[in-house]
Each structure stands twice: as C-alpha cells, then as structure tokens.
Design a protein around this ligand. Sequence first.
Ligand SMILES: Nc1ncnc2c1ncn2[C@@H]1O[C@H](COP(=O)(O)OP(=O)(O)OP(=O)(O)O)[C@@H](O)[C@H]1O
Ligand SMILES: [Mg+2]
Length: 412
Amino acid sequence: MEEPIVVGMDIGTSKICTLVARVENGNTLRILGVGIEPSQGIRKGAVTDINLAAECIARSVEKAERTSGYEINSALVSLAGSQVSSVNSRGVVGISGRAIDQEDVYRALDSAQAVAIPHNREIIHVIQRGFIIDGQDGIRQPVGMHGFRLEVEAHIITAAASTVENLRQCVSMAGIDVTQFVLNPLAAGEVVLSETERDMGVAVVDLGGGTTDLAIYINGDVWHTNVLNVGGSHVTSDIAQGLRLPLDVAEEVKLQHGHAVLEDIGEDESFNILSFGSDQSAKVSRRELVNIIEARMEEIFTMVSQEIKRSGYDGMLPAGLVLTGGASLLPGVRKLANKVTGLPARVGKPEKIVGLTDQISSPAFATSVGLLQWAILMTETNQIVSDRSGKNGKTTRNTWDSIRVWLDKLLP
Ligand SMILES: Nc1ncnc2c1ncn2[C@@H]1O[C@H](COP(=O)(O)OP(=O)(O)OP(=O)(O)O)[C@@H](O)[C@H]1O
Ligand SMILES: [Mg+2]
C-alpha cells in the first residue's frame, strides 16, 4: 500500500509554516517539505490584509512544494484568535434497552450540538468528553453497552464565521483547499503531550507571537479551550517602548539577551545596543531588559492561571503545564510559569519526526507538526472532511467522521 502524504499549514501571527510529510509505518512522520515565511496580513489569528496574507501563504506553499517535489492542493490549517470560543454541552438520546451502536453515539453528539449557537458562528470541533448511560457517568466507550438513555458530554468549539471564511478565502487564493481547520492548541497538544499527561490532567499553553492558546486535557479528552490575545510580540513591543528601540532591534535584543526571571540576572550583566536616532552604541543593564520581559510574561501566566481557575478544573491538573510555541524558548520561562501558576511546567517540542527536521524541531513548530498528526488520524479512518461550512444546519456525516477520529483515538 502506498504511504499517504499529509500537508499541514500553520498560519500564525509571526510565521506561516507549510509542511509536507510522508506517513511511514502508519505513524512516523517523515518531513519532506518545509515552507516557512514571515507572516504578513495576519494579526492574532485573523486576516487583516487578505492579499498580503494570500501572498505569504503562496510563498510558503511554493517553498514546501519545491523542497518536497509534491504539488499541494489541500491542507489542514490552524485556527486561533479571539474569534474562537467554546462551550460544554450535553446531548441525550433514547436507546430502548438494546446495545448502543455507533449511530446512537452520533445521534447523541448531534443533540449536544443543538445548543443555541448564533448564526454568525461556525462549529469547528465537537469533542466528546465522556458518556453517561442511565445516570451512570464516567463511561468512555458506550458502544456495545445496554441502556435506555445515552448522554454525551461534549466540548464545542466555534469561531466567528466571517473570520473562518476570510481565512479560507486567503488559503484558496493561494490555490489550496482547506481540508479542515484545527484549533491551534489542539494541534500542538497532539505532539507535545504524552498519553499519561493527558490521562492525569494537563494544560497545553502555546505561547505564540500574537496569541497564547490554552487547552486542558483531563481523562484523555479535551475539556476546555481558550485563546488569549497576548503573546511574544507584546513582549517585543514593551522592550521597544521601554528601551526606545525600533521593533526589529527590540526583537533581536529579546532573542539574544532575554530572560523571564529577574532574580536570575546579575547586577553586573550588560550588553550594547544602538538606540533610536543615535549612531553611538549605548550600554544597557540586562536587569533593565529582563525587568520589562518579566512583567509582561508574568501578566501572561497570570491570565493563564485565571483562565484555568475560571474553567473550574484547576484542581485537576497534576501533570501541570506543557509550554510550547516560540515564546516558550525564552530562558527562565518554565520557572516563571511555575512561580505564577503554582503548577509544574515543562517545555514541549515536536519529537519523533524524521527527515527535514532541522528547522522545525523547536517549540515554535509544535502546531505545524501537530496538524500533520491530525492528518494522520484522518487518513487512518480514510475520511477526509472537505468542508465544514454546514453552518448551523444539520451536522453532516463528514463532521461526525472526523469526530470519530477523536473517538477512535481517545477511547481505549
Ligand atoms: N529564543 C526566543 N526567546 C524568546 N522569544 C522567542 C524566541 N524565539 C521566538 N520567540 C518569540 O516567539 C514568538 C513567535 O512564536 P510562534 O512562532 O509560536 O508564533 P506564531 O505561531 O507565528 O504566532 P501565533 O500562534 O500567536 O499566531 C515571537 O514573539 C518571538 O519573538
Ligand atoms: Mg502559533
């Protein structure tokens, strides 16, 4: 049998990354093509300049095509931004005492989706979080069990329909069909989390350029998601303001001398920079820089902590936080995250990939590689979802097929 080729496209605030991979032995990703382009016309996960964004996407696709030798027609595409929101919902169906089959599960999921979702929103994911049969909860695989009443707890992720449509149009202007949109942290979670962490309870925190994305996994399933509108680019603009530097210099300074924890920096540490409007280089104390960075990163982790509390699952995360995304490369970030949230933290990056991995074996590419993992799941069940723009009408079989990916994968 021919090994499938999968394509993922991460459209971020800082970079657009298109990856082409061959799935070897059913689960190993051999990266064949990499197309990384600085992102333009995209802010906080939404399109701000459709032509500019489409051009960047096209360049990224072209690079990935050139390196892989494959022509790309469709891809799984990442989604983030303030336009995304999620609700938990319960669906109920009657069974009449016989054994529950897959159709019943689909019906239950269908009914969970019958929550009031405004017409200007599009459903992106419907994820099952567990089943209840005749009042008995904690059931993970209901198929084959007997009962009269099947209930499903579902996590429904929606996005503003216009945001999704604009993104889809941008990608299509670059000649690519969107196979499916995948929420940023759910893609990243696929590659940075271990089975054990998911079962124990863990939060993925994708520290990107324009957004910080959160997904909470408990008992192996996704229980809560949220996107915060703050990220590494805010750190850079704080530095630019505080040290009176152009943005590109501030970014460079952050990458070279940045750190998240002030107390770890010695009084005597310093570096030289050229300030605005002067050709003389000036000496800057590193503590001054780190003071600025720490303040913003502390704010980000405080928001993460508040969001976890708001979710109500704060006591259920023994595996703590797994940090990923470009801004998790900041030295000291783990320590600060732990200090602010009180949870254990580690940094996660794509592992177990082969081929052209030099550029992408970094936390900044967790989402990009995660999209390929999603694509594997979809080819496994051989059901590629082509279009989810069924709006709020009846869920199409395709939608359920892609959800089944989750069911099949997450259930033992
Ligand atoms: N070594 C580093 N130290 C500190 N910050 C870093 C480092 N490397 C990258 N970053 C920061 O990471 C951010 C980009 O992260 P990433 O590539 O994950 O963003 P993105 O996916 O394009 O954005 P988003 O997910 O928010 O749409 C930038 O703000 C960049 O400054
Ligand atoms: Mg990202």
